[in-house]
Design a protein. Sequence first.
Lengths: 108, 115
Amino acid sequence: KNEVEQSPQNLTAQEGEFITINCSYSVGISALHWLQQHPGGGIVSLFMLSSGKKKHGRLIATINIQEKHSSLHITASHPRDSAVYICAAPFGNEKLTFGTGTRLTIIP
Amino acid sequence: NAGVTQTPKFQVLKTGQSMTLQCAQDMNHNSMYWYRQDPGMGLRLIYYSASEGTTDKGEVPNGYNVSRLNKREFSLRLESAAPSQTSVYFCASSEGGTIAGNTIYFGEGSWLTVV
């Protein structure tokens, strides 16, 4: 069965802390997506990566294809980073399987 | 450039009523998708369209129909709404070919309540 699991489900941290969100998947894939869902509901794509590491501002995503694992890191976290972070893996050409998300709350 | 636009944003239906969720994208994308999001579950694919003129079932197609009207528009229809269809619906698009290699863009979501 094609599965995507995220941990933790909920994460509360103080402003400035380094954040790590993990994603593991059950079968080999060629790339993985990281998404952010704002409190108002909108979803935006943060990263799509197939190997190594990608960085955008304070966000860093890494993936280890052999270990079927990816991590999303946030450096110097800020209250505006509070959101639900979702990873998604493509099992099939047009079908993404989504994790249930990690709800991140950054306290000032 | 509006991206992906879906309407309505909020809707309350009575059981048995029908309605259509509209979605349009202005990025000239080939692939379009309809997902539903329920508490405690990941987004689930209802239907998708890999190109104009084609549609295919996703993970949870029962109770829904879709139309790819043209390259820009992909609508989702509930013929006889049921309380189990209470959910948040997202339309999305990507350049297509393979979702593995393309960024996916989402609409703002449509909150549907069936009473």
